[in-house]
Write a protein that binds this ligand. Structure first.
Ligand code: DBV
Length: 258
């Protein structure tokens, strides 16, 4: 089980994890990339706790998968289950800042109120044509194709706007058979479409000049700062694991480029 994981590259298996299929895609598609483990300290590699009452207890499991590669500064997946009601796969790729590429971001979340699905190529420099044009030209057709088949996820905060692309795939789905079907028929192939395009862009990307790379690095840091300050999972993680662990997990593992 999760506790036998020794390095950040070891596979993840969680009990009743709703998003396992997506993790396997990530893992299988990234493997050809000459991966290195990304150092993650033991307390964040696997964490288990039992919550609830004596007669009605549930396990909370969190595991972190992470790697780096020549073109990837960090790819990391935060994987969480709490009983059968809560399941999360939050996945972010931070490319090398020497490449003019966006982040790959996925937030796949099951809560007692329903599923929430966010998928995007998030720009480091949103208002910079050189950073966005080639990417958006290829991403927007995928977005049109898949978002048209899904209900909108509703408004996102205005302050988040600089960090999203126009290819942001965003939906909320009901639990039960209806949601399950949409996940297998639409979200799974959409995820593969997005992820495959991202890996193509990564494979084809060439290093930029030094001055340019410093601008990209600045943009990446702004994004990380925003994500760490506004992490929507903060309340939930704090409830499960306390304030100190959560703060460290967010700042030193999940969004550690600051
Ligand atoms: N989100 C994270 C991390 C998570 C995580 C690291 C470890 O960035 C889970 C877990 N996201 C998570 C949870 C919720 C959300 C919500 C548990 C539900 C919070 C709640 O309702 O209590 C996309 N995720 C959200 C929301 C958005 C996103 C817009 C709704 C926020 C809200 O209603 O306040 N997260 C956001 C995003 C990306 C992302 C755009 C990148 C694609 O990862």
């Amino acid at each position: 089980m999760t506790n036998s994981r020794k390095t950040s590259l070891d596979q993840i298996l969680l009990p009743e994890w709703r998003w396992e299929y997506f993790f396997k895609i990530i893992y299988d598609y990234l493997l050809p990339f000459d991966l290195y483990p990304y150092p993650i300290s033991k307390e964040f590699l696997n964490r288990q706790t039992i919550l609830g009452s004596k007669t009605n207890s549930y396990e909370v499991n969190t595991a972190t998968w992470a790697c780096s590669a020549p073109k990837i500064r960090q790819a990391r997946a935060a994987c969480l289950t709490a009983g059968e009601k809560i399941s999360v796969l939050n996945f972010v790729i931070t490319p090398s800042y020497k490449l003019d590429l966006p982040f790959f971001g996925a937030d796949l979340v099951t809560l007692p109120s329903g599923h929430l699905i966010a998928l995007d190529f998030q720009p480091a420099l949103k208002n910079d044509h050189q950073h966005t044009k080639n990417v958006w030209d290829q991403l927007l057709p995928l977005h049109s194709k898949w978002q048209a088949l899904l209900p909108s996820g509703g408004p996102v905060p205005e302050e988040a706007e600089p960090f999203f692309s126009p290819g942001f795939l965003w939906t909320r789905l009901p639990l039960g058979q209806e949601g399950d079907e949409i996940i297998s028929k639409i979200i799974q192939p959409a995820f593969i479409d997005y992820f495959s395009l991202y890996l193509d862009l990564l494979s084809n990307a060439n290093e930029v000049e030094n001055q340019r790379s410093l601008n990209i690095l600045d943009g990446q840091k702004r994004y990380m700062k925003y994500r760490s300050e506004k992490d929507p999972a903060k309340a939930m993680l704090t409830r499960f694991y306390g304030e100190k662990w959560t703060k460290n997990y967010i700042n030193r593992v999940l969004f550690d480029l600051q």
